[in-house]
Design a protein around this ligand. Structure first.
Ligand SMILES: C[S@@+](CC[C@H](N)C(=O)[O-])C[C@H]1O[C@@H](n2cnc3c(N)ncnc32)[C@H](O)[C@@H]1O
Length: 233
């Protein structure tokens, strides 16, 4: 298990200063925004898990998960609250949530290999009640809705880098979030590409109320934010 591709527990989906020309939104389009990239990543990680039992990358490091769990604990989020992890990857955060006692947790990812990997990891941990599903968050195929907590660790960052009309995809993300998050639910996002002000701006459109709680990030290069969001009724 490794903590962040840059070896520091920090993220590696940053793309405001990479190679190539930034689009009008300031992002440099990248393969990190494509499904092909993530399929290849998780196919490789799945093989590594099968061969060596290594669960793979922990985006933003262990502490980023602990910090979110501490916040939920302090906020007295009930352990039976429904939690959705958007773009769950290897599902390691779901494992942490389940070990802490959360009993109604769902992970989705558009990469089938990611869901296969997270399924293998949760099975090895003996956590049979975690729901996992292959889903494109920008094109939800089922009636996923009513989540009290929606978590995003690096997924909105990846979507922001899609070479094919990322601006539209970000708008679709906000629409999908409105559909799945309960009124007065919480959206917990960890990002390495967006500042606090930019996130507030991006997620305020179409929502009736936004107020952000900001967690002090151990690293200054990324933001970890918790929004109590109220989707339009
Ligand atoms: C940087 S990784 C983070 C994975 C995981 N959240 C973590 O913290 O380890 C981004 C994840 O978002 C997923 N993803 C990107 N776009 C998606 C979409 N439209 N729908 C579902 N998952 C998506 C990728 O497959 C990948 O697992």
């Amino acid at each position: 298990m490794s903590a962040g591709a840059d070896g520091s527990g920090g993220p590696a989906v940053a793309a405001r200063s990479g190679e190539g020309s930034p689009g009008e939104d300031g992002f440099v389009p990248s393969a990190l925004g494509t499904r092909e990239h993530w399929d290849a990543v998780y196919e490789r990680e799945l093989r590594t898990f099968q061969e060596y039992g290594d669960t793979g990358e922990i985006w933003f490091g262990e502490e980023s998960m602990n910090r979110l769990i501490r916040w939920m604990q302090k906020r007295k989020i009930p352990l039976d609250a429904s939690v959705l992890d958007i773009g769950t990857g290897n599902g390691v955060f779901l494992v942490e949530l389940a070990k802490f006692g959360f009993s109604n947790i769902t992970g989705i990812d558009y990469s089938p290999s990611a869901i296969q990997l997270s399924g293998s990891i949760t099975e090895k941990e003996g956590l049979s009640n975690i729901k996992l599903k292959v889903e494109d968050f920008l094109n939800l195929s089922t009636q996923l809705s009513g989540f009290h907590i929606c978590i995003d660790k690096g997924t909105f960052d990846a979507i922001s880098l899609n070479p094919d009309n990322a601006v539209e995809k970000r708008k679709q993300y906000v629409k999908s979030l409105s559909r799945v998050l309960k009124v007065k639910g919480f959206f917990l996002i960890t990002s390495c590409n967006w500042t606090k002000e930019e996130l507030l701006n991006e997620f305020s459109e179409g929502w009736s109320a936004v107020a952000g709680f900001w967690l002090p990030a151990a690293l200054t290069s990324w933001a970890q934010a918790i929004f109590p969001l109220q989707p339009p009724e």
